[in-house]
Design a protein around this ligand. Structure first.
Ligand SMILES: Cc1cc2nc3c(=O)[nH]c(=O)nc-3n(C[C@H](O)[C@H](O)[C@H](O)COP(=O)(O)O)c2cc1C
Ligand code: SF4
Length: 516
């Protein structure tokens, strides 16, 4: 009898192991047969368990359980609604965001109705490179795009899933500073990020090489160039990809020797101040015709004052600015930098945007935000502070399987996302995960559109700081416009851009023009 039970148990285990290893839906099960099931069991019974044990739905960091559940459900096209009402204490929570709906919201089309758009198109309200007349200026199809995360930091399968997902969702993928890999060439459009290591465009001494730069641009679907000055999680600091991770493939892509630490210095060598940076921007734009922008965290304000002054007086300029909040993510960074260096996103964008508004330049630059903006309400807040687009980093990783294990810096990412370990990355199926990435991006666009329509406008760029209020936890409230000291209409696009985006959205938003 005992022997029979043991045989049955062994057969069951073998069947489960075979199933786990051959299925492609769950990377965790492919990488960790049998024990991986506990993760799904705990996820399923988590809400009940937490009533008796510790954390609430909103406690975990950097992303709460509620936020992760919303991303996982959206990426799988499952029901992403929550039942029974809010968990939050609206009256007693400080800095609590309230979006003020219009008494006459715009009507949203439902599946099957004329004009319903399953992709929930959300083009940018501004043309990238339009103001400076770049030869390859364009209007991005999606106001939600994928933030820079390098191949090297991420696995090849993860980069491929993001790139194919970007194609499915008609959005852009920033390459991150590690250069353009084979995995970035899976059909999706790219913003090529150039960091201080000039990976993919460097000479043998590590300096910028225009010839190599042009070669790389010609070989990939590069739509814009992003010069990385800094990243919110570790500004003012270079990066190191340890020797062990510098494989033959990564060495070829980055143009660095195999098996030696790959260093990104803390500052650029191609320019040393705002003046020479603007010369560099114009040089890249002239050589390629592409829009050229910068990505930066916000620290010393004098940089932005000098930049606006020089843009207003010298006829040179950046086409876009990506502002990354101090709460942003990284593959690996020192705790003190992730915790204490650079302003958090909302204060950061407001300080920079005000400089541009005061200098009369805000309509001439596309503003992109990043730093936990991959949710409808945080993204809408960014639009109300003047952003034209948002980039999503870790939220995109969760859509392709990241479980917030926070082991990205160890190389042992259990979901195969942030690792070069062949066994771990084999669990991540790029075909399935690309569809999940696209579902997530489309859902975020859909809910952003729903929020905008609830506010009575057809596009989030037309939502400004008067549409949002922040409660102080003591029965007081201020509009976002007054809190951040914006003048009326600062956060809105120019009248011409407003008319044009209304015209574009009219196709899916029939009553837009009369209501905005
Ligand atoms: C694994 C990982 C790798 C990253 N690599 C880069 C990079 O190469 N270049 C860069 O500018 N930012 C990098 N970032 C930062 C993200 O692009 C983004 O700015 C930041 O995480 C904030 O967005 P999020 O809150 O949506 O993640 C990385 C972030 C993560 C999590
Ligand atoms: S699962 Fe963990 S280690 Fe992997 S990317 Fe996500 S947070 Fe990083």
């Amino acid at each position: 009898m005992l022997t029979q039970s043991i045989i049955i148990a062994v057969v069951v285990v073998v069947v489960v192991v075979v199933y786990d290893l051959t299925q492609r839906k769950h990377a965790i099960l492919r990488n960790f047969p049998i024990i991986g099931h506990f993760r799904y069991i705990f996820e399923a019974v988590g809400p009940e368990l937490r009533q008796y044990i510790v954390t609430s739905n909103t406690e975990e960091r950097p992303f709460s359980r509620e936020q992760r559940t919303w991303i996982y459900a959206s990426s799988k096209k499952e029901n992403n609604y929550f039942g029974f009402g809010t968990d939050n204490d609206l009256e007693l929570s400080p800095n609590y965001l309230i979006i003020k709906q219009s008494a006459f919201p715009l009507i949203s089309q439902h599946p099957g109705q004329p004009g319903y758009d399953p992709k929930h198109r959300l083009p940018s309200a501004k043309i990238l490179g339009g103001y400076r007349g770049r030869r390859k200026a364009f209007r991005p199809d999606s106001s939600v795009n994928i933030s820079g995360m390098s191949y090297g930091s991420l696995s090849g399968n993860a980069v491929e899933a993001l790139n194919r997902g970007a194609k499915l969702a008609n959005c852009l993928q920033s390459t991150g500073e590690g250069g353009i890999s084979l995995y970035h060439k899976s059909g999706g459009d790219l913003v090529w990020q150039i960091g201080t290591g000039y990976f993919g465009c460097r000479d043998t001494l590590g300096n910028f090489s225009m010839d190599r730069f042009l070669e790389s641009v010609a070989l990939a679907r590069v739509k814009a160039i992003e010069i990385k000055l800094s990243q919110g999680a570790k500004p003012g600091l270079g990066g190191v990809l340890p020797a062990a991770k510098v494989t033959r493939e990564i060495s070829a892509i980055r143009g660095v020797p195999v098996g030696k630490d790959c260093i990104s210095p803390s500052r650029h060598t191609a320019f040393g101040d705002v003046d020479s940076m603007l010369d560099f921007v114009e040089k890249l734009a002239d050589a390629t015709g592409l829009p050229v922008g910068i990505k930066s965290a916000v620290g010393d304000q004098r940089f932005w004052q000098t930049l606006t002054h020089q843009m207003a007086t010298t006829g040179r300029g950046v086409d876009f600015i990506t502002i990354d909040g101090g709460e942003g993510g990284t593959g690996a960074g020192p705790l003190v930098f992730t915790d204490h260096v650079a302003l958090p996103f909302k204060q950061a964008i407001a300080r920079v945007y005000r400089e541009f508004a005061l200098a009369g330049l805000k309509d001439k630059v596309v503003f992109v935000g990043s730093g936990k903006l991959g949710f409808p309400e945080t993204a809408l807040f960014a639009f109300a502070l003047g952003c034209d687009m948002v980039n999503v980093g870790r939220e995109a990783l969760m859509a392709i399987g990241c479980i917030q294990a926070q082991r990205c810096h160890t190389g042992h990412c259990p979901s195969g996302v942030a690792t070069q370990n062949k066994w771990l990355m084999h669990g991540l199926d790029p075909t399935l995960k690309s569809a999940r990435l696209a579902n997530y991006v489309v859902t975020l666009r859909k809910e952003l559109l729903q929020l905008s329509r609830a506010c009575g406008v057809c596009h989030p760029a037309l939502v400004d700081g008067d549409h949002l209020e922040v409660l102080d936890g003591q029965f007081g409230a201020k509009t976002v416009r007054s809190l951040f000291h914006y003048e009326a209409e600062w956060a809105l696009p120019s009248p011409e851009d407003t008319r044009e985006i209304q015209r574009i959205m009219q196709m899916g938003c029939a009553d837009a023009v009369t209501n905005t």
